[in-house]
Design a protein around this ligand. Structure first.
Ligand code: MN
Length: 199
């Protein structure tokens, strides 16, 4: 492909992802947790904030036990369309490996300071946010708090009605909430594809 064709293709992709983005933006408050079998198995926790998917890698995935703190590594923002992706990313591409939609749903911002709700963009800058998740596997309040280095955060379950120290959903509910498939089924059934032009 010539450079001119490449930039033409990129423009097409850009404008189509833009319009999809706008459509998706009307939801405004979704979250998705991808299970990602890349060079190592991990989870990616993504919150829709201000038209993009704020993303963290969570090596062990979320816990429902308020006594557990799960490490999160901040990664780059992903486009909104990425929330719906499930499949196999070619090994030589960014995120190469099998991606499964482990949980998804909507969330509510519950970040407060002195009784006032704090905007999530500001909460991110301040390094502490609280959200109420409404997913199929994961629900209730979670605190996401930055610690130590710039890109290291903790995911902590709040002690509410959804807290349950005995549940271990990452091991007992391993399959996709989008398709009911396991990572292996997805790997066997899907052809490798890039989830998005620029990813
Ligand atoms: Mn990942």
């Amino acid at each position: 492909m010539s450079d001119a064709e490449k930039s033409e293709k990129k423009r097409d992709m850009d404008s189509s992802s833009e319009s999809r983005g706008q459509k998706a933006e009307s939801v405004g408050n979704r979250f998705v947790i991808h299970k990602h079998d890349a060079s190592n198995l991990h989870y990616d926790f993504r919150l829709e904030i201000d038209g993009t998917l704020k993303s963290w890698t969570v090596p062990k995935g979320p816990s429902t036990d308020p006594g557990d703190m799960r490490l999160m590594i901040e990664t780059e923002d992903h486009p909104l369309e990425y929330a719906g992706f499930e499949g196999v990313i070619p090994e030589d591409e960014y995120g190469g490996g099998t991606l499964l939609i482990w949980d998804k749903g909507e969330y509510k911002n519950s970040t407060e300071k002195n009784g006032e709700l704090i905007d999530l963009k500001k909460a991110l800058k301040d390094g502490e946010l609280s959200v109420e998740l409404d997913g199929e596997k994961i629900s209730g309040g979670y605190t996401i708090v930055k610690f130590r280095d710039e890109d290291q955060w903790l995911l902590i379950k709040m002690d509410d009605d959804y807290a349950d120290a005995r549940r271990n959903p990452t091991s007992t509910e391993p399959k996709s909430v989008a398709s009911g498939r396991s990572l292996k089924q997805i790997k066997d059934e899907e052809k490798p594809e890039k989830p998005l032009d620029d990813q």
